[in-house]
Write a protein that binds this ligand. Structure first.
Ligand code: NAD
Length: 730
């Protein structure tokens, strides 16, 4: 069985069909590429062949390179990995360049054979880089198809010639959304922005491709960059126009990434340097920078967490082996901020929803949230009136618990008050089927204690969403002491239906995500109270690759929520409570009426429209700035506050799978994605170095930085979390 097949018809048109056996989507492997290369040789050498169509036997063209291969490229590239990786990429460039030159005379540019890519559907990554090397790209008019180069999203960049070709085809400015942001387009948009050449009805795809092959002239198959006098669209770097683009791009990328993402920087370098030299040299430069990125541990860490492990979790890596538990009818209790969002994502997934609140008005308001989101989507042409009617038709907003009859899942999102939660649990359980699963969306109350209100604690579980529900990709599933396997399976099947990424954790204070986020925010406030300049605190975090610094984050989540959680935690922990120094700041800010964005005043000032302005100078009147703050120390404190909590969650058995700890951290609170997550970050710096940092911090700042025993053991044994010398899970 081969990934490609080759056939020549009576008119001398060869068709190479990509159809990887046993997969629903084509992905490129090294052996696949060699097969393709052999078929191109054969077509070019066969005088009976006039031209070639490269297409797919599946509904889509290709999803890209097999990322499992990319993740291992470095470790499997021999004793001189950089050379091995570079040589591997260059051989791919040679293969693609051979398609582009198609046997033509390099001087006269005559005598080549036309090669067209015919794309039935989605074409991503190498699945677009291969077509870009062809002489024409024709796509079927399939609005569901996605066309693009999303590599940057998993920490690499288009390294199969895509960077060099897209820049030369569109110019640096127009190429930026494609290669730098990884934007994907449907065929019509891809045609409009010049990425592909033609869109035709699906049933005419192959006939149109064949017509083109048979009618193409010598001039039709010479790429602009292979012609004399080629000029980069929009100007080369050292032209007045180009200078503006390149300078602007460098500033923009740095402004957004704070230099924390190696792939973005490398991509910019490849584009800039490549734009000043001939095409073949530019490919070599692209290959060098690509090698540089692959050699950086960030790329394999990002691919591992953001692609391989994320997908494994979504496919149910930790799902108990019980029958399908797909949800048909969900009851959502509480139509407030969270309940309204949960109702929306459920109805969007085709699930029937009963949305309950104490007053009809509140229930209606909850449903109206879906109306608002759908109207916005229609405005952006991402939805239609029919779709809206269909989705809204699935949501029944009511106060009547009897409407919950027949629900196979309940998600409770009423006030964060055990009494209210117990009351609605009993009311719902009186109506729902015996085998229904009851889930609570509590963010702070232990699942096991809420389960005492249930008649069926083995069917009681936590399904913890993040706000805003329609945007946040992570859902934390929490097992109480008595939660059974069916409840876990139900929760996982539901999360799969609503297309989010699940992690499954055990019950403990703040579960996993909040357990790590709170110390991060608190460390930021401690630093502020100690007199570290406020901008330095947030910038230190941005330089580590966090999307928002801790002070900005606390303004978003609100200081009064912080005060509420602090009070409840203190009541529960008594003398063990560790955060008095932080509370002083939080309670004082609340006393000043500075609650964060919602009061238009917090660590920042806000304008009338709620737009964030500068830091509030009043803070430093009470907590004066002190000289001598050191960036490394500030960064180590912010990082370790979260990372050590993740390790402790693993030690305590709250986390049982490091993949969940890493994926959950990136999707849940934006933990430095370049590092692959807290455990990925620890592997990059090494356990020994981590322990050394902890010892320094512990000496200066106390026990919250004491290195967990697990880290010490790993340091002593030279172990990592992932990879060949991975720690043996208990
Ligand atoms: P909210 O105050 O916006 O909504 C709660 C809703 O429950 C209100 O509409 C209220 O009228 C309704 N309600 C109260 N008592 C009820 C009863 N007896 N019967 C029916 N409805 C009743 O609160 P929220 O922010 O949506 O939070 C809801 C739950 O989700 C809480 O447990 C909270 O801890 C949790 N949570 C919140 C967030 C967040 O960011 N806001 C994130 C994760 C989890």
């Amino acid at each position: 069985m081969t990934d490609f097949t080759y056939a020549v018809d009576a008119d001398g048109v060869a068709t190479i069909t990509w159809d990887v056996p046993g997969k629903s989507m084509n992905v490129m492997s090294m052996t696949g590429f060699m097969e393709l290369d052999g078929m191109i040789d054969r077509a070019l050498a066969d005088s009976a062949v006039k031209g070639v169509i490269i297409t797919s036997g599946k509904k889509d063209f290709a999803g890209g390179m097999d990322l499992n291969i990319l993740a291992k490229m470095k470790s499997e590239a021999g004793d001189t990995p950089a050379k091995g990786v570079f040589d591997g990429i260059m051989s791919m460039h040679h293969g693609l360049r051979k398609i582009e030159r198609a046997g033509m005379d390099p001087k006269t540019l005559k005598g080549g054979k036309p090669i067209v890519a015919a794309l039935p559907g989605t074409a991503l990554g190498i699945g677009l880089e291969l077509p870009l090397a062809c002489h024409r790209i024709i796509a079927a008019d399939n609005p569901k198809a996605k066309i693009g180069l999303p590599e940057i999203k998993v920490g690499i960049f288009p390294g199969g010639g895509g960077t060099t070709r897209v820049v030369r085809k569109l110019g640096a400015m127009m190429a930026a959304p494609v290669i730098l942001e990884g934007k994907m387009f449907d065929p019509k948009k891809a045609k409009a922005n010049g990425l592909i050449d033609e869109v035709v009805p699906a049933d005419e795809l192959l006939s149109r491709a064949k017509d083109w092959v048979l009618s193409a002239k010598d001039a039709d198959i010479v790429k602009p960059w292979d012609q004399k006098g080629y000029k980069l669209p929009g100007g080369a770097p050292y032209s007045p126009q180009g200078f503006q683009t390149f300078l602007g791009a460098a500033a923009m990328v740095h402004g957004q990434t704070f230099g924390a993402f190696p792939a973005a920087k490398a991509l910019l370098s490849a584009v800039y340097e490549g734009a000043m030299v001939p095409f073949d040299t530019a490919l070599k430069i692209e290959a060098r920078w690509f090698t540089h990125v692959i050699m950086n541990p960030s790329s394999s860490a990002m691919i591992r967490s953001l692609f391989i492990n994320k997908e494994a979790l979504e496919k149910g890596a930790n799902r108990p082996k019980v029958a399908d538990e797909a949800v048909k009818k969900v009851g959502v209790l509480g139509a407030g901020m969270m309940g309204a969002g949960i109702a929306y994502v459920s109805a969007m997934a085709g699930i029937e929803v009963v949305l309950i609140d104490a007053a009809q008005e509140a229930a209606d308001r909850g449903k109206a949230y879906s109306t608002g989101l759908l109207d916005k989507a229609i405005g952006r042409k991402q939805s239609t009136e029919e779709k809206k009617a269909e989705v809204l038709g699935r949501i029944t907003a009511t106060t009547d618990y009897a409407a919950l009859a027949g629900c196979d899942l309940i998600v409770e999102a009423v006030f964060e008050d055990p009494k209210v939660k117990a009351e609605v649990t009993a009311k719902a359980e009186a109506v729902i089927p015996e085998d229904a699963i009851f889930a609570t969306n509590t963010s702070t109350l232990p699942i096991s204690s809420l389960a005492t209100a249930s008649k069926r604690p083995e069917q009681f579980i936590g399904i913890h969403f993040f706000s805003p529900v329609d945007k946040m990709l992570l859902v934390e599933i929490i097992k109480g002491a008595q939660t059974g396997e069916r409840a876990v399976a139900k929760a996982l099947d539901y999360v799969r239906q609503i297309r989010k990424t699940p992690i499954v954790v055990n019950d403990a204070r703040f579960f996993y995500a909040n357990r790590c986020i709170i110390p991060y925010i608190n460390e930021g406030m401690r630093l502020a109270a100690e007199g570290v300049p406020l901008p330095m605190i947030d910038h230190a975090a941005r330089l580590l690759g966090f999307p928002v610094g801790p002070l900005q984050l606390v303004d978003e989540t609100s200081l009064d929520l912080g005060a509420k959680i602090a009070k409840a935690t203190k009541a529960a922990m008594g003398n063990d409570y560790p955060d008095d120094a932080v509370d002083e700041v939080v309670f004082w800010m609340v006393d000043q009426g500075r609650l964060g964005r919602k009061s238009k005043s917090g660590f920042f000032n806000y304008d009338e429209a709620g737009k964030r302005q500068d830091y509030w100078p009043g803070f430093n009147d009470r907590y004066p700035v002190k000289d001598g703050a050191d960036l490394d120390t500030v960064q180590n404190r912010l990082m370790m506050a979260q990372v050590l909590e993740a390790v402790r969650a693993l030690e305590d058995g709250v986390l049982t799978d490091i993949r969940e700890g890493d994926v959950g951290a990136i999707l849940g609170w934006g933990f430095a994605p370049w590092s692959g997550g807290p455990f990925g970050w620890l592997d990059i710096i090494g356990a020994a170095k981590a322990v050394e940092i902890c010892e320094t911090l512990e000496a200066a700042h106390g026990a919250r930085f004491t290195a967990p025993q697990m880290l010490r053991d790993m340091a002593a044994r030279g172990e990592t979390f992932y990879g060949d010398n991975a720690r043996k899970a208990a």
